[in-house]
Each structure stands twice: as structure tokens, then as C-alpha cells.
Design a protein. Structure first.
Length: 327
């Protein structure tokens, strides 16, 4: 006879009943801690999950529930029409702001905006981590605010799509990031062409005025000075702001936008990537389960296919990007 393991109640024989916060597939298996603990109410014979949770180790959100952080929240807090309208409004507003910022703002204003966005991301993440302890209105606010983190959770995928596992959400997040990157590139292209045309028009105006003045005689220095103040000189069109040629301007702006994109996506992608490779050993079965969703077995099937990709992101981006920035 050996002592009863942690998280179990031993009624006798080789039986082990999981206590609250623990789950086991049967009475003969060692209980394993659930994440979050409230997902597992404990049981005596048959494994059970709290309302809103399902599958092995209560790691999946049940039907009509969606995941926010580690918790499963009800989809019925709002009507379907309100949910759809809020999602559409949030999408249009957010992506509109992105396009306008990349297209219209100069470098200094863009840097300030990015610094403000990163600060907001930190505040939202702090609030979202504790949102499950708040009332439904506050939880919904942080769920919508997670759009600033580029997080898929604001879409409440468990409500709009149905049950979907962590791996599918992770891959979907990567695809959304590629779409955002394309939007950044298009915004950079529009800005570069627009500025090139603007500078070209000024350069042409400068040349026409100077040619007309020269045909009428010498040009006084004061006229040169006023012309440079009002129109600008040809050299200023090349040396100030983006390069004069729109292709060079596009390359400069696109590279800058790409660095900005990597910066504002860093927290979310780092968090999700660590979740994608964070596996917990199940002693009774000699297997590993994904801590972010215990119903997923690690290093088999779709998770095995995802692991090399996650490790590549971890080494090349999560570790490599800060080194490149600060070295």
C-alpha cells in the first residue's frame, strides 16, 4: 500500500477519485491538475467537467462557449445579432485605422502611434488575464479590446464557427497575420506613390518657374529664397522624407512597416507559440498533453506537424527578433 496521490481521494483498493481541480479518465489513473482548476469539479466514478468544458481533462470548450485565455465563457451573454455587429464594427474600425496610419502618417507620428499601441497592448493583456473574475460586460470589453493584440479571441471563434481546437486557431492566427502584412505593404505602396507624385509636381513647378524667370533675365537671390520657401528646391525633393523615386520610397516604407508589424505582433505570437509547445506529462499514460488544451495529445498527429513550425518561429522570431533589434 502506498499513500494516496495528490489531487485524489482514495476510497479503497486501487481506486482514485479526482478532487476538485483534477481530472482522470478512470478510477485507476492518476489524477492530473486541470487548467483552469475550475474546469474540473472532481468526480467519484465517471469523469466529469464543469459547465462550459468538455473532452479529456476538460480541455475543450463545450458547445455555445468560447475560450478567453484559459477560461471558457458563454456565448449567450449577448444575442447573435449584437455579437455579429460588434465583430464587424471592430474589424472595419481596426483595419481602417491600420491602413490610414501606414498610408498617411509620417515616420515620427507613426513611431509615436506604435509606442502608444504597444502600451495599450500591455494594459489590455493585464486586464484580459483577470477578465474572468469580472462581470460579463467587462469580460466582453476585454474580449473586443483584444483586437488591439491582433488576437483571434475577439472573434469568439467557439461561437461563430463552433468547436475548434487550439492547433486550428494557431494556424488561423498565422494566416490572419499574413493578411495584416499584406495590408501594411499595400498601405506603404499607396503612400510611396502618392508622395512621389506630390514631390514630382513640386519639382516640375519649380523648374517651370525658374525657366520662365531665366528667360526674362537674371533671377534675384531674394526670388530664389522665396521660391525655395514656398515650392522647395529640387534637392529637397530627394533628401527630405522618402527617396524621390517611388520604388525606393516603397522599399523604405515597407521595411519600416514590416519592423513595426513584428513589434506589435510580438507579444501575441510569443504567447501562442509557447502555448503550442508547452506540454505536460501524464504519468498514468506515459504521454504528454498540451497544457493550453489538455484534450490535445502532444507529438502525435496535427501537433507533431505543427511542432517544427512552432520551433522555427520560436528561434527565428521570438528569440532572433530582439537580438537583431538590440545588437
Amino acid at each position: 500500500c502506498i499513500p494516496c496521490p495528490e489531487g485524489a481521494t482514495c476510497p479503497g483498493g486501487n481506486r482514485m477519485w479526482p478532487q476538485r481541480g483534477y481530472w482522470a479518465p478512470n478510477e485507476q489513473s492518476l489524477p492530473l491538475a486541470c487548467s483552469p482548476s475550475e474546469a474540473c469539479p472532481g468526480s467519484t466514478k465517471e469523469p466529469q467537467c464543469s459547465k462550459g468544458y468538455s473532452e479529456d481533462y476538460c480541455g475543450q470548450c463545450a458547445e455555445n462557449y468560447f475560450r478567453q485565455g484559459a477560461y471558457c465563457l458563454s456565448c449567450l451573454e449577448e444575442s447573435d445579432s449584437e455579437s455579429l455587429l460588434s465583430v464587424v464594427f471592430a474589424l472595419l474600425f481596426f483595419f481602417g485605422i491600420i491602413v490610414l496610419a501606414i498610408t498617411l502618417l509620417d515616420d515620427q507620428s507613426l513611431d509615436v502611434s506604435v509606442s502608444l499601441l504597444v502600451s495599450l497592448q500591455q494594459l489590455i493583456q493585464i486586464g484580459a488575464s483577470a477578465a474572468s473574475d469580472f462581470n460579463p460586460t467587462v469580460r466582453r470589453f476585454f474580449s473586443l479590446a483584444s483586437i488591439l493584440l491582433f488576437d483571434y479571441q475577439f472573434l469568439r471563434p467557439g461561437c461563430l464557427i463552433g468547436q475548434i481546437d487550439f492547433i486550428a486557431l494557431y494556424v488561423g492566427m498565422i494566416l490572419i497575420m499574413f493578411i495584416i502584412a499584406v495590408m501594411f505593404i499595400l498601405g506603404s505602396l499607396v503612400r510611396s506613390i502618392a508622395l512621389y507624385k506630390k514631390f514630382s509636381e513640386k519639382a516640375c513647378l519649380h523648374d517651370r518657374i525658374m525657366a520662365k524667370l531665366k528667360t526674362e533675365g537674371s533671377v534675384p537671390p531674394v526670388v530664389h529664397y522665396l521660391l525655395r520657401c514656398v515650392v522647395g528646391s529640387p534637392s529637397s525633393f530627394v533628401n527630405q522624407g522618402p527617396p524621390h523615386h517611388w520604388k525606393k520610397a516603397f522599399k523604405y516604407r515597407a521595411m519600416r512597416s514590416f519592423v513595426i508589424l513584428l513589434t506589435i505582433l510580438y507579444y501575441l505570437l510569443a504567447m501562442r507559440t509557447f502555448e503550442a509547445i508547452d506540454c505536460k506529462r501524464v504519468p498514468s499514460k506515459n504521454e504528454y498533453r498540451l497544457d493550453a488544451q489538455m484534450s490535445i495529445q502532444c507529438f502525435v498527429g496535427s501537433h507533431l506537424a505543427l511542432t517544427p513550425f512552432s520551433l522555427l518561429i520560436l528561434v527565428g522570431y521570438i528569440i532572433g527578433f530582439p537580438i537583431v533589434c538590440f545588437v
